[in-house]
Ligand binder design. Structure first.
Ligand code: ATP
Ligand code: MG
Length: 333
């Protein structure tokens, strides 16, 4: 039967990209009744430096963000990765299944390691094998992610296939990436060729879920655009990445197709469209950030939810790890 897994790193505050590309879709999935497991991947976050106090806060805030967006910790399993050691245990095994060449091809590795890759952590390089373990330790079949994670889910498929082939078993399912909707790749507000990221050094590049109404309006007003008016059809956005990004965001937030949005706003200047977008963004995000702030007042309750989620996650993960050990030939399993 289908089982969904996805994760978000507590590597900073949540962005509009995370909300539209991931969280909003997790909520839709949960509400279809499929068993869903959503993780705060703190062990991925530390592949780049994280201040301990910030990591703790970001993990709790991420949990609050999940719940504020509509995830129900009774229906879905919500937990942080480090409380379920089976992820790291299976991750080690996958480090021995994955090939160096596979990792070297990952575009995120190239982007995040930059020119001075000798100075990047070994964890940043190996991260996709741990991500494969996050997914496969639950025998998950579907992985809702943004476009930027497609390559890592494909690598997960390669790892599942190679494991099954090497050990002559049909043990790990080969999971499908689920990349749907108008906002699978929300771009930076400052650069239409870069994706919006919580770890981008420029705060003006993104909308944070915790930004207040004035900040959201100001960031959208200052968002990079071209001088043309909006087209009345989607094909008019083809060579206009910044314009396309703002229209996609409008479409995803309002749940109206890009064509229908353009039928409405085609011909308008950005000076007119940007305030409309800002108003829509505030209308959709303010209730979430308000609820996040309320939940953050009781961190003990958040910690309880995470501990309970970890217990439920381990009930699934632990027998799968044991079976994996048996297949490999580990004595004691
Ligand atoms: P970091 O910069 O630390 O990598 P991030 O903003 O990329 O942070 P992740 O935790 O790496 O966030 O990703 C969590 C989920 O959000 C993934 O499914 C990812 O594909 C999705 N996501 C991240 N950024 C965007 C974006 N700009 N548009 C759509 N989806 C996104
Ligand atoms: Mg990322």
């Amino acid at each position: 039967s289908p089982r969904v897994f996805s994760g978000i790193q507590p590597s900073g505050g949540l962005t509009l990209g995370n909300y539209l590309g991931a969280m909003k879709r997790f909520v839709d999935t949960q509400n279809t009744g499929v068993q869903s497991i959503y993780c705060m991947v703190d062990q991925h976050a530390i592949t780049v430096w994280q201040d301990p106090e910030n990591l703790r806060r970001a993990t709790r805030e991420l949990c609050a963000g999940y719940i504020a967006s509509g995830l129900d910790p009774e229906k879905s399993i919500l937990f942080n990765q480090s409380q379920v050691p089976e992820h790291a245990q299976l991750g080690w095994i996958f480090n021995c299944v994955a090939r160096m060449g596979w990792m070297q091809r990952m575009t995120q590795w190239k982007d995040k390691a930059g020119k001075n890759s000798q100075n990047a952590s070994l964890g940043l390089f190996a991260y996709p094998a741990l991500m494969a373990a996050d997914i496969l330790i639950y025998h998950a079949t579907h992985v809702p992610v943004g476009e930027d994670q497609k390559q890592h889910v494909e690598l997960t498929r390669d790892i599942a296939n190679k494991f099954n082939h090497d050990y002559k078993v049909d043990f790990f399912p080969v999971p499908e990436p689920v990349i749907e909707g108008a906002a699978t790749r929300v771009m930076s507000l400052r650069d239409g060729s870069k994706k919006m990221s919580k770890s981008d050094p420029s705060d003006a590049s993104r909308i944070n879920l915790t930004d207040d109404a004035d900040t959201i309006a100001k960031k959208i007003r200052k968002a990079k655009t071209d001088p043309e008016a909006l087209p009345s059809e989607a094909k008019g956005l083809e060579d206009r990445p910044e314009a396309r990004n703002l229209v996609n965001i409008y479409s995803a937030l309002s749940e109206v197709s890009v064509d229908a949005v353009l039928a409405d706003v085609g011909g308008k200047q950005f000076s007119e469209f940007k305030p409309m977008l800002a108003e829509l963004a505030v209308e959709k995000l303010a209730p979430i950030s308000g609820e996040m702030a309320r939940l953050m007042e009781d961190t003990a309750e958040i910690d309880k939810i995470l501990a309970r989620g970890a217990e439920r996650a381990r009930e699934i993960a632990s027998p799968i790890l044991k079976e994996t050990y048996k297949i490999i030939g580990m004595v004691g399993a």
